[in-house]
Design a protein around this ligand. Structure first.
Ligand SMILES: NC(=O)c1ccc[n+]([C@@H]2O[C@H](COP(=O)([O-])OP(=O)(O)OC[C@H]3O[C@@H](n4cnc5c(N)ncnc54)[C@H](OP(=O)(O)O)[C@@H]3O)[C@@H](O)[C@H]2O)c1
Length: 255
């Protein structure tokens, strides 16, 4: 399927980084763009700047708030054609200093935030016989990485969820696109005090996402070289993979 109208779009994680750039990119191109995140004032400012941006603040971890927000968007616009689910948090956590509250919070926002959103848009999309769900995961979900014990499993779960939904929901006319960024220069990565290979701008990331969405691609990866290397690491035996990651990152040294 080729170029198409975007229709009514709902974006979570729209107040910052990749989501904000994507919202600004499609402003005026889509019919309506519902923008969600917790920072209501930031969303209101974006609404004032935009032609088609409309602020719907929420916490994606709050199931009933997500459902109520989606119903409000549907009532206002007549339905959600495209849901771009990008809300997420990243905080490094050394495995030896395991913090269960951080791990639960990451799962509540990154994974169940998407689950809550899919659960809320599905009935409307099924009733209208189609729709498009975009799930922003990360290549960090493919293999274990240092300081990623809270974040990585949430993204691994999202990759699995997106693939499962894609396989099944085609029967309802609903497309699912899995987006797996490498490093993108957003407030999220400011805590990373290491070299981030292939770091790209949010504008470039948003353009790559839009190109994949327009083509209804099953999966979108960017930047290509870095994300391809990470995906290729899946074929490495565990022992060699661990050795290589320890060598590159310095992780796993005896204290
Ligand atoms: N940057 C990267 O290198 C990179 C790489 C791979 C994957 N990703 C993924 O890309 C997505 C966007 O990240 P980003 O880099 O653009 O980060 P960002 O600039 O920190 O943006 C994160 C967005 O998520 C929203 N958010 C966080 N918690 C939320 C909650 N409980 N409810 C509603 N919204 C919430 C934030 O808004 P509020 O704080 O206002 O709620 C913000 O709009 C994330 O899923 C991230 O994991 C990023």
């Amino acid at each position: 399927m080729g170029e198409r109208r975007l229709g009514n779009v709902w974006i979570t994680g729209a107040s910052s980084g990749i989501g904000e750039s994507f919202a600004r990119l499609i402003d005026g191109v889509a019919d309506n763009v519902a923008i969600s995140a917790r920072a209501g004032q930031k969303l209101d400012a974006m609404q004032r700047d935009g032609d088609t941006l409309i602020s719907f603040p929420l916490d994606v971890a709050n199931e009933s708030a997500v459902t109520a927000t989606v119903r409000a968007i549907e009532n206002r616009f007549g339905g959600v054609d495209l849901a771009v689910l990008g809300a997420g948090v990243w905080q490094p956590m050394p495995a030896a200093a395991m913090d269960l509250s951080q791990m639960r919070r990451a799962m509540d926002i990154n994974y169940f935030g998407v689950v809550n959103a899919v659960n809320a848009v599905l009935p409307g999309m099924k009733a209208r016989g189609g729709g498009h769900i975009v799930i922003v995961a990360s290549v960090a979900g493919y293999r274990g990485l240092p300081t990623s014990a809270a974040y990585g499993p949430t993204k691994a779960a999202l990759i699995h969820l997106a693939e499962t939904l894609a396989i099944e929901l085609s029967g309802c006319g609903i497309d699912v696109t899995l987006v797996n960024p490498g490093f993108v220069d957003t407030p999220m990565v400011k805590v990373n005090h290491y070299n981030m290979p292939g770091l790209m701008s949010t504008d470039d990331a948003a353009k790559k996402m839009l190109a994949g969405i327009m083509k209804r691609k099953e999966a979108v990866f960017f930047p290509l070289v870095f994300t391809s290397l990470i995906r290729l690491s899946n074929i490495l035996p565990h022992r060699f993979y661990y050795w290589a990651v320890r060598r590159v990152t310095g992780a796993g040294k005896r204290r």
